[in-house]
Design a binder for this molecule. Structure first.
Ligand code: TYC
Length: 104
């Protein structure tokens, strides 16, 4: 910079971009169906969402009774991966379990 703190035409101005915005969050939601065994849903919730047996049973029962239930809230990429993992696992085990994500 030149004297008197003025910017001259030859000065190179750099601005560090600091991440100020909070990342958008997404709920990962399990949907009910009439075929997937309760025990299987509990096991899947424990594995994919790292929940305790009690938490997993509560989420499963919420889905079973109300039609849907939140398994967790994540950043976009993590939520996408969770949904993919659930669908892949359920499909592999031949259950029709469905999972979606929704802006929080
Ligand atoms: N409704 C299923 C049954 O009665 C259990 C179930 C719970 C299925 C949660 C899917 O996301 C689900 N066996």
């Amino acid at each position: 910079m030149t004297s008197e703190n003025k910017i001259s035409s030859t000065d190179i101005i750099t601005q560090e971009k600091v991440e100020l915005k909070k990342p958008k969050l997404y709920k990962v939601i399990l949907l009910n169906d009439d075929y997937t065994p309760m025990e299987y849903v509990v096991k899947l919730i424990r594995i994919v969402f790292r929940k305790s047996e009690n938490e997993a049973v509560n989420i499963m029962l919420m889905v079973h009774k109300k039609g849907s239930g939140i398994c967790g809230i994540f950043t976009k990429e993590v939520a996408e991966t969770k949904v993919e993992t659930v669908l892949k696992m359920a499909k592999g085990d031949q259950h029709p379990l469905k999972c979606i994500m929704e802006a929080d």
